[in-house]
Ligand binder design. Structure first.
Ligand code: CUA
Length: 182
């Protein structure tokens, strides 16, 4: 909805700008005629500036509130899984989560940069985030279906990079254990 509003506002502003531009082009033929117009425009400038500034603040407040992304999960509580990458293994705080409920992966590294990537059984990449030393990246993902998922490293991190993978089990919501995870 904010995107549509922003789009509409942009279209209207561009239309106003174009109309103003065309009017100036069609009316201001000589510099003598232009003088009073210029004066009038100049006198309006500070008011116009503050009006635009106010307008910008309102529009930004309205449209940027939902950034970075709309999560699309209705704000359901997340299952938190802490992930630590190190040469050459993934360490998971727990390896079972539930489908249909958002999972929040808190991803970091013990040594060098790794790439945390989740693949389904068909080896399609579902989500990925960088695993960085001394920094925790958050990745939210909701598994649509139960099953066995594979976590792989997406960034070359040394000799045994290709062996850096582990399994994540996603159970159905029916098998849900209260308390989330485990
Ligand atoms: Cu870790 Cu490649």
């Amino acid at each position: 909805m904010p995107q549509q509003t922003a789009w509409l506002v942009t279209v209207i502003l561009v239309a106003i700008l174009a109309a103003t531009f065309l009017r100036i082009v069609s009316t201001a033929s000589s510099s003598a005629e232009y003088e009073p117009i210029a004066k009038r425009a100049t006198s309006w400038r500070p008011r116009l500036f503050w009006l635009l500034a106010l307008f910008t603040v309102v529009v930004l407040a309205f449209t940027l509130r939902r950034l970075p992304y709309s999560r699309g999960d209705g704000g359901a509580p997340a299952q938190v899984v802490r992930i630590t990458g190190s040469q050459w293994a993934w360490q998971l705080s727990h390896d079972t989560v539930q489908s249909g409920q958002p999972v929040e992966f808190q991803v970091t590294s013990n040594d060098v940069n790794h790439g945390f990537g989740i693949y389904d059984a068909q080896m399609r990449l579902l989500a990925q985030v960088q695993a960085m030393p001394k920094y925790t990246n958050t990745l939210r993902y909701t598994f649509a279906a139960p099953g066995r998922y594979t976590i792989r490293c997406l960034e070359y991190c040394g000799m045994v990079h290709h062996e850096m993978r582990t399994e994540l089990i996603v159970s159905g919501p029916a098998a849900a254990v209260t308390g989330g995870g485990q």
